[in-house]
Design a protein around this ligand. Sequence first.
Ligand code: HEC
Length: 108
Amino acid sequence: MRKGLGAFLLTALIATGASAAPDITTCQGCHAPPYGPPLEGVVGRRIAAVPTIDYCATLKAKSNESWTDANLRAFLMNAQGFAPGCSMNVKLTPEAADAMIAYLKTLQ
Ligand code: HEC
């Protein structure tokens, strides 16, 4: 079920990846309670800091760091490279990652 949803959302992401305005709906499919951590206020927040979320081990291992622009960029451009084994398999282009980070900042 999760795998199927992920593949569907990933396809949607690739389809919309080139547009200038990031399509947050592809993220929100997973980023809603109780499954995904809230994206509101995530920029600058500590990594893996929402107590109700069952984070994967590789993100938990980084919980002494914060979601800086650089960490977000690395994660959004290659989620499995930044946090191997996590549920997210997002791979945005550098342009799409920057646009997404700028958008996430408006969700504070
Ligand atoms: C397939 C479902 C899925 C999709 C699609 C997805 N995410 Fe995630 N995301 C997760 C899960 C689940 C976590 C928690 C880590 C884990 O256990 O893998 C997470 C973690 C994160 C985190 C870290 C949150 C924290 O509190 O540390 C950020 C930032 C994030 N995602 C951003 C995004 C953005 C932006 C998108 C859209 C481009 C996106 N995600 C798409 C499932 C998803």
